[in-house]
Design a protein around this ligand. Structure first.
Ligand SMILES: [Zn+2]
Length: 450
């Protein structure tokens, strides 16, 4: 038999068509929430059916009610994060009340939104800006607002900008990109090839020399024309293109400060500038070429990074590295700690046993050995010879393998995260790509019910 007081203490909640039944005392467990303040005077109350009706999501509510019963709030797996948050704030619960085991699932949508926002702000998947975007970039909105046509000069400026900056926006820009890539590759290739001994010869002409009236001999004479002159011509052609390209891009760029701050532009400028400067110094001021000049010339090879800006996939690698910078710094710190520790150990281990040709004469020498071993390179130019030294060497190797491999999955995951979202987005129509702003966790306010 159910007593009358039992029925009195029960309460029926109809949430979105699903009926939930619970004890009144259960709802009092969490004070200052919507359910703890239910009275029959509320508009939610249906006196005919003796129940409270709420037009909310019943899936989430079963978890909410469970929170009242058990004091633990878990995440319903079939509901997306923002919906869950909305429902929580309706019922007057704090989002921080979610149990730690569900916290990851609950916050996943937040990191997804952040990733999407980064992709959005970097314009990673913009093949071709719309007219409005370009006008905004160049601050030409006034003309549009006043209904005036753009002047020819301004129109040409935007067209040239698009050709040079958006590599896949039109056929002309694709051609320009191909030419650019071609010259970058040729410039780097010729820079590398000219160091080969095969190309380091002087062309020799053979002249017939008459020694006396009966004998003659073919004599080699240097032509003076160096084959490496060909490399000079190639370098000049490439650099002429680079100068042309960077000048045009600078002239039409809507934001000159931003243009000058871009790392790719700085590299491009320095490489070209250094090429012209060395030419002037050696050929006009006759300063002999030296090793220092050549060393700085290697900046030309850095130009290859410009290829990274051409494909969104390549850009993501750079961005993934940037967003994993915390873990990368941690790795560098860890590697250096390991190197310093093992170097000191092996130095004293090798010294402990008398050994005639000990490689480890100082700790800096041992630092080189440790670095090569920890990074698993192992040149083999230095190696321990005593038993104790070998033991330290073995420990160093194993520690190296562990340290180097540990943070890799994190960087790979960041990359995969960006990559999957970018691929998913590219399948959406452009207008649907707008994303909601990530909200900061806020205090939930319980409004007076009614
Ligand atoms: Zn949980």
């Amino acid at each position: 038999m159910i007593s009358l007081s039992d029925i009195e203490s029960r309460i029926v909640l109809n949430v979105g068509g699903t009926r939930f039944e619970t004890m009144k005392s259960t709802l009092k467990k969490l004070p200052a929430t919507r359910l703890s303040k239910l009275t029959e005077q509320l508009s939610h109350y249906d006196p005919v059916l003796n129940e409270y009706f709420f037009d909310r999501n019943p899936n989430v509510f079963s978890q909410v009610l469970n929170y009242y019963r058990t004091g633990k709030l878990h995440y319903p797996t079939n509901v997306c994060g923002p919906l869950f948050e909305d429902e929580l704030s309706y019922w007057g619960l704090q989002r921080e009340d979610v149990e730690p085991c569900c916290w990851m699932t609950y916050t996943r949508h937040r990191s997804t939104q952040e990733t999407l926002q980064i992709i959005d702000s970097l314009e990673l998947d913009t093949l071709c800006s719309t007219k409005e975007d370009i006008m905004k970039k160049f601050h030409y909105e006034d003309e549009i607002l006043q209904g005036r046509e753009l002047s020819t000069g301004k129109r040409i400026r935007t067209i040239i900008w698009q050709i040079f900056e958006e590599s896949r926006s039109s056929t002309i820009s694709k051609i320009i990109t191909v030419i650019s890539v071609f010259f970058i590759l040729i410039s780097i290739m010729s820079f590398m090839l000219q160091t080969m001994s095969v190309f380091n010869v002087t062309e020799i002409n053979f002249v017939t020399a008459y020694i006396n009236s009966t004998t003659m001999k073919r004599m080699p004479t240097p032509n003076g024309e160096d084959i490496t002159q060909a490399f000079q011509i190639i370098q000049w052609t490439c650099n002429a293109w680079f100068i042309f390209e960077i000048t045009i891009r600078f002239i039409v760029s809507p934001n000159k400060t931003l243009f000058c701050k871009s790392a790719f532009n700085i590299i491009d400028f320095l490489a070209t500038f250094w090429f012209v400067l060395t030419y002037i110094l050696t050929n006009i001021f006759h300063i002999p070429e030296n090793e220092g000049f050549d060393l700085i010339s290697t900046i030309r090879v850095v130009r290859i990074f410009r290829l990274c800006t051409l494909h969104p996939g390549l850009k993501i690698i750079v961005i993934a590295m940037q967003y994993s910078s915390t873990i990368l710094w941690l790795l560098i710190f860890f590697v250096f700690t390991a190197i310093a520790l093992t170097a000191s150990f092996i130095y004293y281990a090798e010294r402990s046993t008398p050994n005639e040709d000990n490689y480890f004469t100082s700790i800096p020498d041992s630092l080189w050995f440790s670095m090569i071993t920890v990074t698993t390179i192992g040149y083999g130019d230095l190696y321990p010879k005593t038993l104790l030294g070998m033991l330290v060497g073995a420990v160093t190797t194993i520690a190296g393998v562990l340290i180097i491999d540990l943070p890799m999955p994190i960087i790979v995951e960041t990359f995969a995260n960006f990559n999957t979202h970018l691929t998913a987005r590219s399948k959406l129509p452009k207008k649907r790509r707008k994303i909601a702003v990530v909200e900061k966790p806020r205090k939930v306010q319980v409004s007076p019910l009614g």
